[in-house]
Design a protein around this ligand. Structure first.
Ligand SMILES: COC(=O)C(/C=C/C1=C(C)CCCC1(C)C)=C/O[C@H]1C=C(C)C(=O)O1
Ligand SMILES: O=C(O)CCC(=O)C(=O)O
Ligand SMILES: [Fe+2]
Length: 368
């Protein structure tokens, strides 16, 4: 009997697996990946000479309770300044076990190098966000990113789809579990310090978040013969409260952030984690801290791997700007909404800069 076709309400057309493409036809770039001229990225990886263009570095060990109060305050100020002026920073001495970071990186690479049939046992179906494939594709004529990903919900447990957790390589699931526990601790601490830096009680965010949602996306960007024609990952801001990004050792520069209208390549320090403010913190602080648009570009010669953890409020919670950030000079910019509804909105639209946040924006009427 012929296999029963999966009937999906969305027709996304054929999606080439870019890892296969780069292996079998390294010089071919199907038209669906070629961006319109106005959307093509700049590939330069040299950091701008301007020192204003170096992403802040936070030494997390200075924030631990065992340090002097002076050191703590100094680093807290660095953190607050980084959140306000950049929305992105790197953390060193973050407490996530370096061996664990190395193991999950190695196993992720092994996963992506498995035969396609093996990876397709965990398919990300059109319109869904978990499994192996391409996310945020909703139509046949949408341009595709030069990236394959494995995305999984981690917490709460009931959000997991155990059928999508890879059985190969061996110990992948255990390692991911352990890694995610450590990254979650880092996120819990970060939201505490961010709250203190804003003059709030240390538990201000965490108590609002309820049972926080945690998810991981492991992105694999194979080398591309014409990286200037394609986009590794479309420009977007993250719908989370915070995001933690680990770029695999030996990966080329690929992440770019939009600062003052310029795309800046991010050079990650060895063993550091890159943190960014997501849409939730922008809403809660009424725009004092902003989520920042970012994208990833492909490299001509080298594959790139990144492991990205999203830390977000429970789907149950209602959110809006905190009263501490609203006054006569700072009118309320966002309406209250349910985070579950925001998540649904986020995952049912293609990545398009900061457009997802329009969901919550209070539209101000133009005077003209
Ligand atoms: C580019 O952003 C994302 O891919 C993303 C997806 C996260 C998710 C999964 C990979 C599986 C479980 C669901 C969830 C939507 C959390 C970003 O995460 C942000 C977006 C929202 C909304 C959020 O809460 O985190
Ligand atoms: O790979 C990167 O550097 C960016 C990944 C990213 O922004 C994401 O997965 O949301
Ligand atoms: Fe992102």
């Amino acid at each position: 009997m012929a296999p029963i076709p999966i009937i999906s309400p969305i027709n996304v057309g054929h999606i080439d697996d870019v890892i296969e493409l780069s292996k079998t036809k390294p010089d071919t770039i199907p038209q669906r990946f070629v961006r319109d001229i106005t959307e093509r990225p700049t590939i330069a990886t040299t950091p701008a000479n301007n020192h204003h263009h170096h992403m802040p570095i936070i030494d997390f060990s200075n924030l631990s309770k065992h340090n002097t109060h002076e050191l703590f305050l100094h680093e807290l100020l660095n953190l607050a300044t980084a959140c306000k002026n950049w929305g992105f920073f790197q953390v060193v001495n973050h407490g996530v076990d370096l061996n664990l970071m190395e193991s999950i990186e190695k196993m992720s690479n092994e996963f992506f190098m498995l035969p396609l049939e093996e990876k397709q046992k965990y398919p990300m179906l059109p319109g869904t966000i978990q499994g192996y494939g391409q996310a945020f594709v909703f139509s046949e004529d949408q341009k595709l990113d030069w990236c394959n990903m494995l995305a999984l919900a981690i917490e709460p447990q009931h959000a997991r789809n155990p059928n999508l957790w890879p059985k190969k390589p061996e110990k992948f699931s255990e390692t991911l579990e352990e890694y995610s526990r450590e990254v979650r601790k880092l996120c819990e601490n970060l939201v505490k310090y961010i709250a203190i830096g804003l003059g709030l009680k240390e538990e201000a965010f965490d108590s609002m978040f309820g049972e926080a949602v945690q998810a991981i996306r492991i992105n694999y960007y194979p080398a591309c013969s014409r990286p200037e024609l394609v986009m590794g990952l479309s420009p977007h801001s993250d719908g989370s409260a915070l995001t933690v990004l680990q770029q695999a050792k030996g990966s080329p520069v690929g992440l770019q952030i939009l600062k003052d209208g310029i795309w800046i390549p991010v050079h990650t320090l060895p063993n550091a984690l890159v943190i960014n403010i997501g849409d939730t913190i922008e809403v809660l602080t009424n725009g004092k801290y902003k989520s920042v648009e970012h994208r990833a570009v492909a490299n001509e010669n080298k594959d790139r791997l990144s492991l990205v953890t999203f830390y977000a409020p429970s789907y149950e919670v209602e959110l809006g700007p905190m009263p501490e950030f609203v006054d006569a000079n700072h009118p309320c910019k966002f309406r209250r909404y349910n985070h579950g509804e925001y998540s649904k909105h986020y995952i049912t639209h293609r990545l398009q800069g900061k457009k997802a946040l329009d969901f919550a924006k209070i539209q101000t009427r133009n005077a003209f």
